[in-house]
Design a protein around this ligand. Structure first.
Ligand code: UD1
Ligand code: UDP
Length: 355
């Protein structure tokens, strides 16, 4: 059996890393195609180094661009590779343009497609990710749903049950495997002069948030209010897209907010795990805060991670007035939820099912 693993962005590298490790351990024949959707050192290479991942076999270097342009470049290059280095299964993860291109290229060549983190739905087609997810799910042969909720969404859309496997999310595998390593090797609290549970962490990068003056401005206003009320520093790990847009809109970073470059996974995991609360519009960060037992406030109008809200680990705040109310509520909530994303063996299960 030969597997082609396609990835291209920060969360895909992290969430596929445990499947890659498992392939190495089980001596499964596999290779990696990197689309190059993310390419800056701190969005790409650093994760290969920290997670000790092997070299990719092919890097398409698609880079940034408009949706059609970026996806199109990936699609034609992935097709070329799959035609000459034919795998039995292609694995894609998540909901990025990389996933859309990878799943489409493989399915047109009648190569089996496995979609890791299948069945997530925000029911908001303004998000490019929602379109990518829906298409990837409907052209995949093996749908690895993290929870029963995502399985149900797939069934509701008419996906045959025999294609769906509930496995948990590989982010749990990644968090469990790396937290211990992080606590031995990283020292991010000291580096940033922070005390445990006396700071907040923030991230924002969603196109519909940071490319919109009012929504990005609303997030910064929310952070200003939070600092005023709680007096905890807010460490904002800024995606390059966010840095670019803060500059473009001419916004000032509010008092109490410390804008930092994106961190490596080990440093970020440690930073998250010792935070008092996390504010984010990221999918992966919503999941990790739930896994690490840190209350979360989501800077969006909806989430495709309803499990986190259901277990009372997360509140949906949007980007305006509601942020401060949600933070107050989460600061007073009990941290007694059970992580709904599995026990850290999703990667093993996924490979078992494929075999
Ligand atoms: C992409 C995904 C998003 C995912 C996110 C993970 C799509 C449609 N979006 O969003 O679902 O949550 O990755 O982080 O697939 N840039 C750099 N260096 C990089 C990469 C990007 O500077 O290595 C800057 C460029 O200015 C680029 C912008 O970020 O134009 C956006 O990059 P892009 O990959 O298009 O989308 P993301 O916002 O990263
Ligand atoms: N992450 C990281 N360093 C940072 C910010 C995030 O390593 O400075 C990790 C985080 O732990 C999570 C993943 O990046 O596993 C989430 O990626 P992102 O927010 O870019 O994308 P999304 O999950 O929204 O698709």
């Amino acid at each position: 059996m030969k597997i082609a693993i396609i990835l291209g962005t920060r969360p895909e590298i992290i969430k596929m890393s445990t499947i890659i490790r498992e392939c190495e351990k089980q001596i499964i024949d596999y290779y990696i195609i990197h689309t190059g959707q993310h390419y800056s050192y701190e969005m790409d290479r650093i994760f290969f180094e920290q997670l000790k991942l092997p070299q990719v076999k092919y890097n398409i270097e698609a880079g940034s661009g408009k949706h059609g342009e970026q996806t199109g470049k990936m699609l034609s290059k992935i097709e070329e590779i799959l035609l000459k280095d034919i795998p039995e299964v292609v694995l894609v993860q998540g909901d990025t343009n990389t996933v859309l291109a990878g799943a489409l290229a493989a399915s047109k060549l009648h190569i089996k497609v496995g979609h890791v983190e299948s069945g997530l739905r925000s029911f908001d087609r303004n998000m490019p990710e929602e379109i990518n997810r829906i298409i990837a799910d409907h052209i995949s042969d093996y749908l690895f749903a993290p929870t029963e909720i995502s399985k149900q969404y797939l069934l509701n859309e008419g996906v045959p049950e025999e294609k769906i496997f509930v496995t948990g999310n590989t982010i749990v595998d990644a968090a469990y495997q790396n937290l211990e390593i992080a606590n031995k090797s990283a020292n991010i609290l000291k580096e940033l002069g922070l005390s445990q549970k006396k700071y907040f962490v923030a991230t924002a990068h969603r196109a519909e948030n940071v490319d919109d003056r009012i929504r990005l401005g609303g997030i910064l206003t929310g952070l200003r209010q939070i600092y005023k009320e709680f007096d905890f520093p807010i460490i904002f790990s800024a995606h390059p897209r966010t840095v670019k847009m803060i500059k473009e809109f001419g916004f000032e970073v509010p008092e109490g907010t410390v804008l930092i470059e994106p961190l490596g996974y080990l440093e970020f995991l440690q930073l998250e795990s010792k935070a008092r609360l996390i504010l984010t519009d990221s999918g992966g960060v919503q999941e990790e805060s739930c896994i690490l037992k840190v209350p979360c406030v989501t800077l969006r109008e909806n989430t495709e991670r309803p499990e986190t809200v259901e277990v009372n680990a997360n509140l949906i705040a949007g980007t305006g007035e509601k942020i401060i109310h949600c933070v107050r509520k989460m600061m007073n909530s009990k941290i007694e939820w059970i992580n709904p994303y599995g026990n850290g063996n999703a990667s093993k299960l996924i490979l078992e099912m494929i075999k």
